[in-house]
Each structure stands twice: as structure tokens, then as C-alpha cells.
Design a protein around this ligand. Sequence first.
Ligand code: MLT
Length: 394
Amino acid sequence: MKLNENYLNINDSYLFSTIAKKVAAYQKANPDKKVLRLGIGDVTLPLAPAVISAMHAAVEEMAHKQTFRGYGPEQGYAFLKDAVKDYYKERGVELEQDEIFISDGAKSDLGNILDLFSEDNIVLVPDPVYPVYVDTNVMAGRKIIYMNATAENGFLPMPDFSVDADIIYLCSPNNPTGAAYTKAQLEKWVEYANKKGAVILYDAAYECFITDEKLAKSIYQVEGAKTCAIEFCSFSKMAGFTGTRCGYTVVPEALKSGKLSPNKMWLRRQTTKFNGVPYIVQRGAAAVFTEEGRAQIRESINYYMNNAKIIAEGLRSLGIWFTGGENSPYIWLKCPDGMTSWEFFDYLLENAQVVGTPGAGFGVNGEGYFRLTAFGSEEVTREAVERIKTLLSK
Ligand code: MLT
């Protein structure tokens, strides 16, 4: 056999696995210490009651011969695709049912979509960035070029028409910085991609945290986006599905390259390599869009956004510079006293038993920054903020 040597070019371990290992080692050496986790963006509130009862009903259906389901459509059941379609319609975006593909989450689809693109495409990613975009392309041996996301550009790089790229990753609201593009800013990106014949892989996993009307909840709110963008979204952060697993990807029919249609190719790819999301889970996901479900998930989102406020107030009182936390569940802060990201990670873990994510793990420009998530419980968030305040005001 001959193994894929591109794996020699990525870190041994995925960022969040490295952190989990470090924290586990610390906890083993200090079993009496209570570690507070604001690192990985994992939700802590249970699934909404509307989701639970829909899933219970689906389990019951599976118990009877007349209502039992075997293989479902690989690209998702119509009842869920229609619910997603209506959700887009409310935001002024008309989609066809066949343009929506239900999956087990945005992370898998963001990686799997690369099956559609040849290896000689040039990939443009912001730095810092969600590590999945970079790692999946390194695994495939693609050339990656970076655009700087810095405090100067509000962590929202804009297109440079003198740079040629084929595949562009945008995540808004951004993981890790919490910055979000306005519709006007996205218009520039759509113009760039259409001009270059490039594709934008748009990660909208955090769109439900947007409250500011000027910000885009979907790239398709921008005219011309259907000929240049694929959008990824997920129930993970929106409705607490990090462990339940469900998401959706929109591949517009209007997106074409020569004779090839990414929509048809994705259908072909999914029907070959994927057997769909469990019926029970899809029933739960559909319940997210009912009136009851929407009210319940809104409550959870508000709860997390209140945590973001608690973190923001704590940092403000310490005079620490930060961004995010307003239309996003992530707070991106400058490490105090010129510490590097990993120095601050160790300092917080050892002295306050608080876990965050080192900015350097998201790219070179993340060095000197640190990410905290608002997805903890309110109790843990308050306690973590108090511990950080006590430690840093010494
Ligand atoms: C994060 O913490 O960046 C996310 O939880 C990772 C993910 O969604 O895969």
C-alpha cells in the first residue's frame, strides 16, 4: 500500500482533541480541582421539549410494522427539507427542495464537499479560521493561500481582486473571532467569486445568533450568490444537536462549471457514500421549525447570549480588549500581559482551572488571542468569569 503522505503536513492531533488531552492530563494530576470548560463550542442545555416529543413519537413509529422506516432518502426526508425551505423563504431566499441536502452536520459536509473539486484548485482561507477548512485541504494536498483577519479589518477580510483563488471559505458569524459580515460586505465577495469563476463555501453554522438586521443570515440574501456559493448550516448550535447530529447544505442548481453541476455531483456523491440521517433525528430537527420549537430554541439562544454578556462585562471590567459576543456565541480576546495564546491557556488552566481555546490554534494571526465560548451553563460561566477576574486583577 501507499499511504496519503499529505497527512505528514498536518498536526498530529486536531485542535480540540489536543486541548481535551491537555485538560484530561491536568485533571488526572489534580483530581481535587474543579475545571470549568469554556473551550470547545459545545452546548450544555438539553434539547427543546418540542424536539424531544417529536423524537419520542418517531421512536414509537419505528416500533410498529405499519410505520417502521428503513433506509430513507440519502439527501433527507421531504418534511425536513420543506421546513428548511420555508425557513429560508422567511429571509427572502427562494430555494428548490432539491437544492437542500440534509446531513449529519456542517463539519462533515465541509470536509466531504471537497470530493467535488479537483486537487489543483487554489484555496483561500481567512487566518484565523476554523481548523477544519485548512486540515481537510491539506489532507487532499491542495494549495492554500491565506488572507489576514486582523483587529485592523475587524477580523473580516475583504476580497483582493488581484489575488486568484478557486475555493473560498467564509464563516459568518465567524468562528473563532465572532465577527460577522454585513450584506454589503458579502456583495463584494459574491462579485469577486462570480468574476473569478470561484466558489464560496459559506459556513452559516452560527447564523441564529445574529440580531443585527444589517448582517447576513444567509449568503443567498445577496443577489448573485446562487451562481457562486454553497452554504452549510447546522442544528448543533441552533438547537443543541452537537451530540444528536443534523445539519443541511444548500447547493444551488444555478451553480455550474462547464458541463458540470455541483448540485448533481453532490447528490451523486451523497447517494454513493452516505445513507442519510436517522429518521428519528430528522423528525426532531423538523420540530425545531415549529412555532413551539422556535420559541423554545430562542430561549436557549438568549440564555447563551446572556452568558456572552457576562463574559463581556467581566473582560471590560479588567480592561481586556475583546470582540464578538454580540451576534455570536464566541468572545475573542487579547491575551493579557503580552502572553502567547498557549501561555495564557496554561496560565488560566493552572491558576484558575478555566479552559478556553488558544487563538494560535486557529492560525498565525490568532497568536496572542484567546477564545471563550458562551455555551457553558450560566453558573459555570459566572464562576469562570469570577476566577478570571480574581486571577488577572492580582
Ligand atoms: C468549536 O468549538 O470551534 C466548534 O465547536 C467546533 C465544531 O463545531 O466542530
